[in-house]
Every structure is written in structure tokens, then in C-alpha cells.
Design a protein around this ligand. Structure first.
Ligand code: ZN
Length: 169
């Protein structure tokens, strides 16, 4: 299990991929510059799983790999190291992405008025389309009425504000 005092690098790894990521991240912090084989033996995870996690973390810039020659075996291996300095940046980028998605949804809600027949199984219909259907629901035939979307808009706005406040400092 992970608690709130855990290192941010471990926390974020665990959030990305769960238990396997948590184990690999802990192992990396315990022994920097470990190879995939060393991580596999210290975590008890299969080597393929360890590699999958490492490549994913590497792709997200949360770890670096240095290619070095294994003198014993005579071939090259990668030694992996966590980039704890990148964790905050990674979190900021994720927040930014979420904020943009919320903003797009809010813009969509602001751009149009929506009509609905009141039937839970039917979807909302933007004004332009409702007009085409003569305000009759295309799925159930019910009458389309203007549906207030203030609640939805407010909840998007609130979430966006939360993220803004969170990232200000
Ligand atoms: Zn309907």
C-alpha cells in the first residue's frame, strides 16, 4: 500500500499503472542505476513486465536509461534511474491536459442550447438539429424541450478553477 508520505515519484508511478509500477518505482529509488534484471529480481516481477513498466516510464520522461557495457556478459545493458525532478513537471502537464479537455466541454455547452425529450434513454440534441427534427425526439418521438445546462456548465467551471488554483503557485 502507499501512504501520503510516500515519495512523489513512487506516488505518480503508482497512479499511472498500479501495483507493478509501484514496485518498480520503489526498487528504482532503493537502487539507482539498476538493470531490468536487477529490478526483476528485487521486485519479484517477470522481466517482461519490468521492461514494459520501464519503457512506459521512460516514454513519460520519468526515468532515464544509460547504456553501459556489462563486463561480465560482454554485451550492453541499460541502467535505469528515476528523474524525481521531472515528477512535478509531469503532474503539471497532466493537469494542463485535463484543464484543456474541461475547457473544450465548457465551450461546447456555451456554444449551443440543448433540447431533450425527458426520456433518460435519449440523448440531448443541439438547437440546430432540434430544429431539423421539428422539436420531435428522433429516438422516441417525444416533444423536445429546452434543457437547462447551467449545472453542467457550473461543474465544468468549478473544476477548471480548482485546477487553476492548484497550479498557480
Ligand atoms: Zn426521446
Amino acid at each position: 500500500m502507499i501512504d501520503k508520505y510516500e515519495d512523489p515519484f513512487i506516488k505518480i508511478s503508482s497512479m499511472i499503472g498500479g501495483d507493478e509500477y509501484l514496485k518498480v518505482a520503489r526498487s528504482l529509488l532503493k537502487a539507482q542505476d539498476a538493470t531490468d534484471e536487477e529490478i526483476a529480481s528485487s521486485t519479484g516481477l517477470r522481466i517482461n513486465m519490468v521492461r514494459k513498466v520501464l519503457y512506459d516510464l521512460f516514454g513519460k520522461s520519468l526515468i532515464t536509461g544509460v547504456r553501459v557495457k556489462d563486463e561480465r556478459k560482454g554485451w550492453f545493458v541499460y541502467r535505469w534511474r528515476s528523474r524525481r525532478d521531472e515528477v512535478e513537471n509531469f503532474i503539471d502537464v497532466q493537469k494542463q491536459k485535463i484543464k484543456e479537455r474541461l475547457q473544450q466541454r465548457l465551450d461546447y455547452e456555451n456554444q449551443s442550447e440543448f433540447y431533450h425529450c425527458g426520456n433518460d434513454d435519449c440523448t440531448r440534441i443541439p438547437f440546430e438539429n432540434a430544429l431539423d427534427f421539428f422539436f420531435k425526439c428522433p429516438s422516441c418521438g417525444g416533444v423536445l424541450n429546452l434543457k437547462n445546462n447551467d449545472k453542467l456548465k457550473n461543474s465544468f467551471t468549478r473544476k477548471i478553477d480548482e485546477i487553476k488554483q492548484d497550479t498557480r503557485n
